[in-house]
Design a protein around this ligand. Structure first.
Ligand code: MG
Length: 159
C-alpha cells in the first residue's frame, strides 16, 4: 500500500476555458497555464506519482516544452496511468477543489464521475471556498489538493 499527495494552483484569467477534473465549467474566466491549466488533474497526477515514487509532474511535462503547450491534462493523466497501472492498482482518490468562484456544488458530481471514469477507482470530490482569504478567496486563482491510495498488483507474492 502506498499513499501520495498532490497540490496545484493556477491563476484565473479572462479568455481561457475553465476545465476542472476534465470537465468544462461555464465561466467567464479560465485557468492560466502552459497546458489547459486543469489544477484538479495536475494535483491527481502528482498524488499518483507521489504514491508510486515517480517524482513530479514537471519531470514528465515541463512547462518549457513546446510539445506540451495547450496539452489536455487528460492526455497527461493517461500517459502517467499507463506507467503506474503496470505495477499499481488505484484504491481510492480524494480531492479538494478550492474555489471562491464559480461555485462548484452543482458540478462536483460530474467532476467525480469523470475522475472515476479516468482512474477506474473510488473517487471523492469536495468543493470548498477560502472564505474570502488569500488569492483563491479573492477569486484570483483556483487550487486543488489530492490524496491517492495505491496497492501493489503483485501483493500475493509478498505473503
Ligand atoms: Mg499545474
Amino acid at each position: 500500500m502506498a499513499v501520495g499527495i498532490g497540490f496545484d494552483i493556477h491563476k484565473l484569467v479572462k479568455g481561457r476555458v475553465l476545465v476542472l477534473g476534465g470537465v468544462r465549467i461555464p465561466h467567464p474566466k479560465g485557468l492560466h497555464g502552459h497546458s489547459d491549466g486543469d489544477v484538479v488533474l495536475h494535483a491527481v497526477i502528482d498524488a499518483l506519482l507521489g504514491a508510486a515514487g515517480g517524482g513530479d509532474i514537471g519531470e514528465y511535462f515541463p512547462d518549457t516544452d513546446p510539445k506540451t503547450r495547450g496539452m489536455a491534462s487528460e492526455a497527461m493523466l493517461k500517459k502517467v496511468l499507463q506507467q503506474i497501472t503496470r505495477d499499481w492498482e488505484i484504491e481510492s482518490v480524494d480531492v479538494n477543489i478550492l474555489a471562491e468562484e464559480p461555485k462548484l456544488g452543482a458540478k462536483k458530481g460530474e467532476i467525480r464521475e469523470n475522475l472515476g471514469r479516468l482512474l477506474a477507482a473510488r473517487v471523492n470530490v469536495k468543493a470548498k471556498t477560502m472564505n474570502g482569504l488569500g488569492p483563491v478567496g479573492k477569486g484570483q486563482a483556483i487550487a486543488a489538493q489530492a490524496v491517492v491510495q495505491l496497492s501493489r498488483r503483485d501483493k500475493w507474492m509478498r505473503l
